[in-house]
Design a protein. Sequence first.
Length: 78
Amino acid sequence: MSNQIYEWLNLEKARFYKLKVQADEQNGIILSYLWGGCNSNRGGKKSLCVPTHEEARKLIDKMKKRRKSRGYSLIHPS
């Protein structure tokens, strides 16, 4: 699960969303979120550390569902 990148794009609203999954030194998982506009400098970022692969998988699945419900298309990994 380590070092995976998920990317979503909403062409209608010209918005993007990225999620990077990395292993940390203490055997936890770091989820790094990045979002913003395709044609602007507006956006944000945050990181979340979770202790297990199972919890990380649940959060990733939740994010996939949420992005799809808001009109985003998963472009990577496709």
